[in-house]
Design a protein around this ligand. Structure first.
Ligand code: GLA
Length: 375
């Protein structure tokens, strides 16, 4: 499509979406997350231009936008082009001059469903722009730059998880990330375990009101602890003991949010250790606990997601189920015995439709490699 439209052979890059197995709303508290890159992705094809224009075509939106490379919009405009323009803005801020180019975008990560379609778009575009200017950022640096696209240009106050896993994921593995120093370790997902992703069809948004509110509430709890223990800069540094001591100085909501974040860090590290040992029963148990904490203490779920998790409980093959991603809608992740995955997906879909009147999309996914160039 790029060749036909722009009459130039593109260099093509792919970046995956993600599903998070456990560790929700811990990344911006410098804690732990354990996501997996999935086989839904964004493709970005790029070729240079000589007319000083930046022309971006989105196959999904069927729309082409043209900009002058020398005078790009300084602000986001709530349009899909904010993401590629944000990449250009951040790379320019790093001291690079970006010449004109043609960029074609296509993706199959379901939009607004908590599977990080925007991170996939940023990471694919970042690799494309890198190749154009002859730079190559290491994976963790690339992820930070893409997070800055969200934080500084798009205006979504997200953490590092989505961009990191899209850039650094590994086929057949989950990645335990320490969001403080960006060190990570990979844990294999056993071949007999399927990732069944169930879309509640309730749209989720990180830029929307609830995500930043929760973030502020949990950070307010951290400030209370820090006033007693100055070494605590993020909830990553706090303990459940701290909440016992100083929880009464917090608003009830802040206390609940902090209890989720602090306990989620413990569960996430424990789940990665269980996964490394192949103890899937323990992984499933921790996922169930994580969902309850996300739903009750963090109040980050919604009726539909709680229903989807509930309806999975007694289906044959289930190892663990929870709401994944930023919350308030989106998808649940179900770890399911591979041999039961098809029948599990079918039964869950039918149950959910019967109970809610909404027909869900259910995908059997596998852990995929992070972003790279396609030949
Ligand atoms: C969204 C954000 C991430 C992370 C999750 C919640 O996906 O983009 O940075 O905060 O929500 O775990």
């Amino acid at each position: 499509m790029h060749l036909a439209r722009f009459h130039a052979q593109p260099a093509v890059f792919v970046a995956p979406g993600r599903v998070n197995l456990i560790g929700e709303h811990t990344d911006y508290a410098e804690g732990f997350v354990m996501p997996v890159a999935i086989n839904f992705a964004t493709l970005a094809g790029i070729s240079p231009r000589t007319d000083g224009k930046i022309v971006i075509y989105s196959e999904n939106y069927g729309e082409e936008k043209t900009f002058d490379a020398a005078s790009l919009p300084a602000k986001a405009s709530k349009h899909w082009s904010d993401y590629p323009l944000g990449v250009v803005a951040v790379v320019t801020g790093e001291g690079h001059k970006i010449p004109g180019f043609s960029l074609s975008l296509w993706g199959d990560v379901p939009l607004g469903s908590g599977l990080s379609s925007s991170a996939a778009l940023e990471v694919a575009t970042m690799l494309a722009v890198e190749s154009l200017i002859g730079v190559s950022y290491p994976g963790p640096v690339l992820a930070r730059l893409c997070q800055r696209v969200e934080n500084e240009f798009v205006g979504a106050n997200c953490g590092i998880m989505d961009q990191f896993i899209s850039a650094n994921g590994k086929k057949d593995h989950a990645l335990l990330l320490d969001c403080r120093d960006l060190s990570f370790r990979l844990a294999p997902i056993p071949a007999n375990v399927a990732l069944v992703i169930a879309n509640t069809m309730v749209k989720h948004s990180v830029a929307g009101g609830d995500y930043p509110t929760r973030r502020r509430e949990s950070e307010a709890a951290c400030a209370v602890i820090a006033s007693h223990r100055p070494g605590v800069s993020f909830l990553r540094d706090a303990t459940l003991e701290d909440l016992k001591k100083w929880g009464s100085e917090m608003t009830p909501k802040s206390l609940m949010r902090a209890r989720h974040v602090i306990s989620e860090d413990l569960r996430t590290v424990a789940a990665s250790e269980a996964l490394l040992k192949g103890d899937m029963k323990e992984v499933g148990r921790l996922m169930a606990e994580a969902h309850t904490s996300y739903s009750k203490d963090f109040e980050g779920s919604c009726v539909e997601a709680d229903t989807m998790v509930e309806l999975a409980q007694d289906l044959p093959g289930l190892i663990g189920a929870r709401l994944t991603g930023g919350g308030f809608g989106g998808c649940t992740i179900n770890l399911v015995e591979q041999s039961q995955a098809e029948s599990f997906a079918k039964a869950l879909g039918e149950r959910y439709a019967a109970k809610t009147g909404i027909v869900p999309e259910i995908h059997i996914c596998h852990a995929s490699d992070g972003a790279h160039r396609l030949d």
